[in-house]
Design a binder for this molecule. Sequence first.
Ligand code: IMP
Length: 428
Amino acid sequence: MPGIVIVGAQWGDEGKGKATDQIAERVDYTVRYSGGNNAGHTIVVDGQTYALHLLPSGILNPGCVPVIGNGVVVDLEVLFEEIDLLLARGVSAADHLLVSANAHIIAPYHKVIDKVTERFLGKRRIGTTGRGVGPAYSDKVNRLGIRVQDLLDEKILRQKVEASLEQKNHLLVKVYNRAAIRPDEVAEQLLQYTPRLRPLVADTARVLNDALDEGKVVLFEGAQAHHLDVDHGTYPYVTSSNPIAAGACTGAGVGPTRIDRTIGIMKAYTTRVGEGPFPTELHDAAGEKLRQDGGEFGTTTGRPRRCGWFDALVVEQAVRVNAFTDLFLTKLDVLTGWEEIPVCVGYEAEGRRLAHLPMTQTEFHHAEPVYEYLPGWSEDISGARSFDQLPQNTQRYVRRLEELCATRISGIGVGPSREQVVMLRDLR
Ligand code: IMP
């Protein structure tokens, strides 16, 4: 089983880092294929907490080669900050990171544009992380982007920065009333990273294909999640890349037949940050309890996450588009202590009962959840290490989600640390 993809099945923050970390112990390459430092992976190893935003979380396993694929947008300041932080804490894999020559750079002006655009949108804002991710991807598609390889050729870099800023400076000055950004200053800022970057730059698509040819195990780590996908998510309240499993092919340069297993990560309830529809969102004390019990505050921005009950329609769509072979259920322990737990099994929208996510944004915005109520449990489940150690009602909850999502649940997270899992089958 050499090619494995991990994808969030909801709106992100499902605890992918933890699931990845379970598998990464036995993989040879761990690859980020989309997004930038808008991601936030929190992993607890030996009582130490690591919060990663850009680097693949499998980096914590010394045997893995970490890779940043061509589909990622890279903020070099963050990249080297994270590498230094990990090296200072003895994470040796940070030393042999490979970065795709084709990955795009988040330049300082992308961050400025991200923030001013959001401000300009006002009520219609997306609620981005403000890390410059969207503007960097816009430049990529507009063919005005700066790639990692451009930092290896000073003359080209200067030309490209100048070309990229030409229009933007008009916009900044005339529309947003901001100062123009000087291309030479940006080029200098970027070039200071070249000596450290040069030895990491690689044709990562070739490296990964060679590795797969040799039967090595490659783990593709999705950042963000299915419903934040620019094509399949709740557009326009999405990120600007393709976090779905198919994004691993374009974002890392491997063919679809290389993928043997796609694992969807889903939280036992639902959360979302930023704007956009969220039918099971709770605006009351129950939502606040989930937020507090689950520690639902953004790893990247510190924003309180919006919280609500598990929505089977949301996951079912992700199952279909990603063809998940397995699901990994996280944070089940957070639901301990509820007398009964609602699970969304349908919507009412504009007088109609829906069994699947509606086709249009209008219907989605008007969707009201239809709940089924499952009995809760009060026993502490954080010490369970096998399925039969879970209380009967917890087992029922898991089995019902499995049924509703029509996919086997192969792993369950019952606490924040690495060992707090119940594995039902091997994920590799
Ligand atoms: P951007 O990716 O910063 O452009 O933000 C677009 C949307 O995706 C916003 O609603 C963000 O809150 C959301 N988002 C981006 N990255 C993550 C993540 O890692 N977890 C959850 N939401 C995210």
